[in-house]
Ligand binder design. Structure first.
Ligand SMILES: [Zn+2]
Ligand SMILES: [Zn+2]
Length: 302
């Protein structure tokens, strides 16, 4: 289970923010991917992503405490309503390269020849090249000639950011005025979850694509532009009993995945997103553009 840590001190108030639990964040995702892979048209891909999530879990357990911003920077972020660990500007510790290399080692025995070649290429890349690609990923610019490397790099960056956000005391974080970026790292939400945790079954939380932090958002509102209930529509695959839906906006023509975890507590937003690419095709055909990045998936590069 995820740790529920309320920012508000009152027991009667729902938490405004839920941090990822280092013990289960990636292992739960791996379990769900294995479950979804059974009988799925993309079963091999989902099995590989399960192995990747297991490698992320192992790397996170090994990662040493990273360098953190000093008290003055944290106070400045708080005073200005900025995320304290802003992914686009925070200097990165080379620790994430170690996380990447551990993950490549862990994945090596499970891969086919094509993936093995990709892992070997990645292992040989110089640090500056890794940093340049990390900057693009953290800017959610997932296109370009290096895009085939991005999912594995993004997986290592996720490990590093989960470590970072869970290394600071909870009162460091405060809800932001804007609802469409992560209050911990400033990255975009992958989508949102209803029933993120057993204690908050009816509430909706946006979930960060990078660090997995979840923050409370109004139900039935567009995560991109904030348009209200009357502009929002819901879509699911006909005949599907799965917990994944898409929430589209007639105002800005974007859509985000919406996970009904209240209907299936084993579901995981990242895993269920990867297993519901048919829903993305449906929304694309209907003229909506995807609003929430899944950093582990670059279209055309699976
Ligand atoms: Zn985040
Ligand atoms: Zn909108």
């Amino acid at each position: 289970m995820q740790a529920t840590i309320p920012i508000a001190a009152s027991a009667s108030q729902p938490p405004t923010l839920i941090l990822p639990s280092p013990a289960s964040h990636f292992s739960q995702r791996a379990q769900r991917l294995e479950q979804l892979a059974q009988g799925h048209a993309l079963g091999d891909f989902l099995q590989f992503m399960a192995a990747l999530a297991r490698a992320q879990h192992a790397a996170l357990q090994q990662l040493a405490p990273p360098g953190l911003p000093d008290a003055a920077s944290l106070e400045r972020a708080r005073a200005h309503g900025m995320p304290p660990l802003a992914a686009q500007s925070l200097p990165r510790d080379a620790a994430w390269h170690s996380a990447l290399h551990w993950m490549l080692d862990a994945l090596a025995p499970t891969t086919n020849a094509a993936s093995a070649a990709l892992l070997a290429e990645l292992r040989a890349l110089p640090a500056e090249r890794l940093e340049a690609m990390a900057a693009r990923i953290l800017d959610t610019d997932l296109s370009g000639p290096d895009a085939r490397y991005y999912p594995l790099l993004a997986a290592a960056l996720q490990v590093y950011w989960v470590k970072l956000v869970t290394s600071l005391p909870l009162p460091t974080y405060a809800p932001l005025d804007v609802h469409n970026i992560c209050p911990a790292c400033g990255c975009l939400p992958l989508g949102s979850v209803i029933g993120a945790h057993a204690d908050v079954s009816g509430l909706r939380y946006a979930q960060c694509a990078l660090c997995g932090t979840q923050w409370n958002v109004t139900r039935a509102s567009c995560l991109a532009c904030g348009a209200g209930e009357d502009r929002v529509g819901y879509h699911s695959i006909e005949g599907s009993k799965g917990p994944m839906q898409a929430e589209s906006c007639d105002e800005c023509h974007s859509y985000f995945k919406l996970l009904r975890r209240d209907q299936d507590a084993s579901a995981d937003l990242t895993a269920d997103d990867l297993a519901s690419l048919t829903l993305d095709m449906l929304l694309d055909d209907a003229g909506f553009a995807r609003g929430g990045p899944n950093l582990l998936f670059v279209p055309g590069e699976s």
